[in-house]
Ligand binder design. Structure first.
Ligand code: ADP
Length: 493
């Protein structure tokens, strides 16, 4: 199966600043590697401070006119962007799978998922109404008006190269903001293709700007945006340490921030659960994208009575997963994104085993004729895992399911909440009273009850505690890009 792009226009290989597709000001370049082989297959700009500043200059100038474009017209442009993304699902899916490694069915699935956010925010744009407030004194009319915040900076990760861009840029455009954006260094191509399609959809020059940069230069670009008072909001998805750095450094300009950071999701299976549904839910939540999602279950707790039966079913399913490059039509798990990712997975598994965990599926790197590259890891199930092990404390971000046995509801709730993170939590139970006790007790921004696939464009996505703040998707997602202006007119009597 080939991942060759049919429409070369989708690979501009350049930054977009204003109306110009251009190289980095100092001409530096960044190699894009295929995670299946580690071979370089594309080159994009390695941008620096000058490019970052230029992008803000242009976005700031464009804001003066874009904010005045009627919401209905902005909505039509964003809707056209959605239509173009859907029309290019095959090429965009290939691009995602090529640079990120996920199986092609998942790559194309991500394109449609990204499009669902673009369409959602196109529709929401026309509903960003304000309020008329009942005046507490005579002779006054009082209003709450919604306004776009201004230039926004979007920083995205590599695990969902299309969806993360869509979820940040579509609401910004819909709200009337202009954008400067830096995608992750591992996966810049999908973002450039999406921006190319936005340009074709009629997003005016300067409204949407993108610069690509290496990991070494990411901070140089982003620090310019953090320090610039014209950038009024930053939206970031990535690791908690970088998120905290952004929060600290944006204090001087008091930017609005949305931070979607790391997770450490518990997945709890009670005695009274439908075990087959729980295994199914775990397979969907844990092994999608090779376990490289921030809402992946990272700690699996199974109650005594069903523990052994659950582990047996899970190990059978996990052992049967097909690991292969995205070019293989049978692939269910692709390569991990890079060597750093595989090293972390290996470290977590080795640490758990050295402290008494047992491997009941996988547990090693894969190197074979089918998977010749260096970035493959076998889907793994660990049992007898405890809270001291590295895999319980940090996100593994790979295809590893660590299982811990528990006895009581009180004990498992306390353990599930004993983490600084609070993004997603899942549990399986058929006891209606327990269901609502747990939904209230779990400290996380998202709770899946008897459901492993929770994300949807209409739902608010985001965390609490060290998983960050702000919500993406849903009607709450648009509010992040607007502020409220109170207007009071007096002397009316
Ligand atoms: P991960 O470990 O999953 O790659 P990161 O938080 O390191 O997560 O990366 C997420 C995004 O943040 C990427 O676009 C990356 O380039 C960017 N990034 C990484 N380090 C910094 C930094 N010091 N300042 C600003 N952005 C950064």
């Amino acid at each position: 199966m080939s991942l060759t792009i049919q429409n070369p226009i989708l690979m501009p290989g350049a930054n977009l600043i204003g109306a110009e597709w251009s190289a980095a000001a100092d001409g530096r370049t960044l190699n894009v590697c295929d995670p299946a082989t580690d071979e370089v297959f594309a080159i994009v700009p390695d941008s620096g401070a000058a490019d970052a500043r230029h992008a803000v200059d242009v976005a700031h100038a464009a804001f003066a006119t874009w904010k005045k474009v009627p919401a209905k017209q902005r909505a039509q442009i964003v809707k056209r962007w959605n239509d173009l993304v859907v029309a290019h699902v095959e090429d965009l899916g290939r691009l995602i799978s090529r640079e990120q490694g996920k199986p092609l069915a998942e790559g194309k699935g991500e394109v449609m998922y990204a499009a669902s956010y673009i369409e959602w925010f196109a529709e929401e744009a026309t509903r960003a109404d304000g309020d008329v407030i009942a005046a507490p004194v005579p002779g006054r009319r009082m209003f709450a008006l919604r306004e776009p915040v201004g230039v926004i900076a979007a920083i995205t990760p590599w695990n969902f190269p299309a969806a993360m861009i869509a979820r940040k840029i579509a609401p910004a455009l819909a709200a009337g903001c202009t954008v400067v954006c830096k995608p992750a260094e591992d996966t810049p191509l999908t973002s450039l293709a999406l921006v190319k399609l936005a340009e074709q959809a009629g997003v005016p020059p300067g409204v949407l700007n993108i610069v690509t940069a290496s990991r070494e230069r990411a901070a140089e670009v982003v620090d310019v945006w953090l320090d610039d008072p014209r950038v009024r909001k930053m939206t970031f998805t990535g690791s908690t340490p970088v998120g905290k750095h952004l929060a600290r450094r944006s204090a001087d300009t008091l930017k609005k921030l949305s931070l979607e950071l790391g997770g450490n999701a518990p997945f709890i299976v009670f005695d009274d659960a439908d075990l087959d549904a729980a295994v199914e839910g775990l397979m969907a939540a844990k092994f999608r994208n090779g376990g490289q999602t921030c809402v992946c279950p990272n700690r699996i707790f199974v109650q005594d009575k069903v523990h052994d039966a659950f582990v047996e079913k899970l190990a059978a399913r996990v052992s049967a997963l097909v690991v292969a490059p995205a070019t293989d039509s049978a692939a269910q798990i692709g390569p991990m994104i890079n060597a750093r990712a595989v090293d972390k997975i290996e470290r977590h598994v080795n640490d758990a085993v050295s402290r008494g965990a047992r491997v009941v599926a996988g547990g090693k790197r894969i190197k074979s004729d089918r998977c010749p590259g260096p970035n493959y890891y076998a889907p793994t199930v660990l049992v007898d895992v405890d809270a001291t092990m590295e895999c319980s404390c940090e996100e593994t971000f790979g295809p590893v399911a660590p299982v811990t046995r528990f006895s009581t509801e009180a004990e498992v709730v306390a353990t599930a909440n004993a983490t600084p993170f609070g993004l997603a939590a899942y549990f399986y139970s058929n006891d209606v009273k327990r269901i609502w006790r747990l939904a209230d007790a779990l400290e996380s921004g998202i709770v899946g009850i008897n459901e492993g696939a929770i994300a949807a464009e209409a739902a608010p996505f985001g965390g609490i505690k060290d998983s960050g703040y702000g919500r993406e998707g849903s009607r709450y997602g648009l509010e992040e890009y607007m502020h409220i202006k109170y207007v009071c007119q007096g002397q009316l009597d």
